[in-house]
Design a protein around this ligand. Structure first.
Ligand code: NAD
Ligand code: ZN
Length: 357
């Protein structure tokens, strides 16, 4: 038995208003002549948060276009632009949802690694540590703030740059920043966390480490989406910690069926991670009966619409492509269904599942 020896985030600050400490946190990491680059979710362009960014010297703000989920070409473009302009930078600070956090991690790595980010999609392919990187989430649920991956869509696959160099050096968890998220977005991203918990807790890779975090995250998700009607500051606080704990839970286990199937949707149809997971979870009674029942209850209680019929009209070739992408996620299937997963999740069974979505 070989135990996973995993790298964690370097520093964590948590609390309402902790964003105000960013200047102080960055100060020791500033290098002469090299800027701090704030990669900010484009949602915040023209918003008050931008005025609170602690710019010094030649620092710059780049707005991240997250209309679609991060692509390797976009990462390469940002990194080569920064290399051309500055040689190197002191650090990159991602401020936004999971997409912006992933972009920031990837740009940090590509400042110090040759070639294209597509060359590093996989496990432990990154050769050199990136530049100093900080993650400041403005949505809660993905766990991207703690994970050792950065999910990217490349020319041939949708796969993360999984490596010990990937986790942030610092994260700033300030629940105030999630306050204005729209109800639907908050739900979809929050459900990413709920689904991480179900997949981790029901998976074959489960151990006491990931169970401890998974159970806590699940309890917090229930406080937010089951016990309460409506939203308050406490919900933002709780969901931010749920995301963190959910991320810690999968760090020592793995996600499962919903993610494996949703990756196929995302690759072919560009369906976003949070909503894609919800679309799939809606039909997974046979794998996660209790979780799906509770999921449906939360959907109803929070007044959310989950799209249906998104695969109607697809061609055989398109179904095949989704099936290929999905079955390529071997560790996810193994976690969900055990070592024997290939005989359980056949192409026909997966096709039938995609047709239901
Ligand atoms: P997102 O980052 O894709 O953002 C969704 C939308 O919300 C965007 O339009 C964004 O502009 C907007 N937004 C962000 N913060 C806001 C705020 N405070 N108020 C209003 N709008 C706001 O959404 P997400 O669900 O956080 O992240 C999904 C991404 O995370 C996917 O790209 C997925 O692949 C990735 N992901 C990564 C990991 C990992 O471990 N690295 C894990 C899960 C998901
Ligand atoms: Zn997820």
């Amino acid at each position: 038995m070989k135990f996973r020896n995993f790298k964690l985030v370097g520093y964590v600050v948590y609390g309402r208003g902790s964003f105000n400490q960013l200047d102080e946190i960055l100060a020791p990491h500033r290098k002469d002549g090299q800027p701090m680059v704030f990669l900010v979710d484009h949602f915040f362009e023209g918003k008050e948060l931008v005025n609170r960014i602690p710019l010094r010297d030649n620092d710059l703000i780049l707005f991240a276009d997250v209309t679609t989920e991060p692509k390797t070409v976009y990462v390469d473009e940002l990194a080569s632009r920064l290399k051309q302009e500055f040689g190197s930078i002191s650090g990159v600070i991602g401020i936004g949802g999971g997409s912006t956090l992933d972009l920031a991690k990837a740009v940090s790595l590509m400042m110090n690694n040759p070639g294209s980010s597509a060359d590093y999609q996989g496990w432990d392919l990154v050769k050199f540590p990136g530049v100093y990187k900080v993650g400041v989430p403005t949505l809660s649920g993905t766990g991207a703030e703690v994970s050792r991956t950065t999910v990217l869509t490349g020319p041939t696959k949708k796969l993360g740059m999984n490596s010990d160099f990937t986790p942030f050096d610092q994260i700033v968890l300030d629940p105030e920043l999630t306050r204005n998220a729209p109800v639907n977005q908050r739900f979809y991203t929050g459900m990413d966390c709920y689904i991480h918990c179900i997949e981790s807790l029901e998976g074959t890779f489960l151990n006491e480490f990931s169970k401890s975090y998974g159970e806590k995250a699940l309890e917090l998700c229930r406080k937010v989406f089951v016990d309460k009607a409506g939203w308050d500051d406490e919900s933002d606080d709780q969901l931010m910690m749920a995301s963190y704990a959910g991320g810690m839970s999968i760090a020592y286990s793995q996600v499962g069926v919903a993610h494996a199937v949703s990756y196929g949707l995302s690759y072919l149809l560009g369906t976003k991670h949070g909503i894609g997971n919800c679309i799939v979870m809606n039909h997974l009674e046979e794998f996660y009966p209790a979780g799906v029942k509770e999921f449906k209850h939360m959907v109803q209680k929070n007044g959310i619409e989950i799209p249906v019929g998104i695969c109607s009209g697809l061609t055989n070739a398109q179904f095949d492509q989704m099936i290929d992408v999905s079955l390529g996620m071997k560790p996810l299937w193994e976690n969900a269904l055990g070592k024997n997963w290939e005989s359980i999740m056949t192409r026909d069974r997966l096709r039938a599942l995609y047709e239901k979505l």
